[in-house]
Ligand binder design. Structure first.
Ligand code: MG
Ligand code: ZN
Length: 218
């Protein structure tokens, strides 16, 4: 039984990898940089994406894929910025996979798009295991979630290229050590780039914008 299960999981991930490679080629052909944004529910992904689109609207053409189990709230919020957005409702699935992304690609006009932000389903576990064809993964962790998350969910910290520690304006009100998050994240992934941000006070957002703009030069 166990052997069958393991080989099934392996087949699913291999099939996903094949489609992710097609998506990656598609993005390369269109000259689009795609990033896969992951976090727990409520960490602030949508708010950050809205803010990023508005802040960089004169510099970057950004499109968004919104992944949610259900509802269109987040896609409507993104749409209000004027950016192209396609919603994926996973119908219960707790992560996006490469095939879901592949099926949205015909709904975009990506010719003028510089950056495609894929907002994954809020979940710290399996989104990290499914490549979508992205250039890199960006993880958001809000300090109200606690500083024990790197040890509890190491795969996501390992797969991410960037960790955005969000809601740092709440620091006086919560028991959370940013230093502990930094140290334990870097133990798991020494190459991780870390920014401390708050969409409320706008602290740290310039560094995030500079990082994105530098990405587009790659
Ligand atoms: Mg959201
Ligand atoms: Zn899942």
């Amino acid at each position: 039984m166990i052997e069958i299960k393991i080989s099934l999981v392996k087949n699913v991930l291999e099939a996903n990898e094949r489609i992710a490679a097609q998506n990656r080629q598609f993005f390369a052909d269109k000259g689009v940089m795609a990033i896969n944004m992951m976090s727990a529910p409520g960490a602030g992904k949508t708010t950050l994406i809205e803010d990023t689109i508005r802040s960089l609207k004169n510099e970057l053409n950004i499109a968004v894929i919104e992944g949610d189990i259900q509802s269109t709230y987040d896609a409507e919020a993104i749409s209000a910025t004027g950016a192209q957005v396609v919603q994926i409702n996973t119908g219960g699935a707790c992560h996006l996979d490469a095939n879901m992304i592949n099926e949205t690609l015909s709904q975009f006009d990506l010719n003028l798009v510089d950056l495609l932000i894929i907002e994954n389903v809020g979940n710290l576990v399996c989104p990290a295991e499914f490549n979508l064809g992205e250039y890199c993964k960006v993880m958001l962790l809000s300090i109200s979630e606690g500083d024990d998350k790197p040890l509890k969910y190491p795969v996501m910290f390992h797969e991410a290229s960037v960790l955005l520690i969000n809601k740092i304006d709440l620091l006086p009100y919560v028991d959370c050590s940013i230093e502990k998050i930094r140290q334990e994240s870097l133990k798991i992934n020494p190459d991780l780039t870390i920014f401390e941000i708050s969409c409320k006070t706008r602290q740290g957002l310039n560094d995030w914008h500079d990082w994105l703009k530098a990405l587009l030069l790659k």
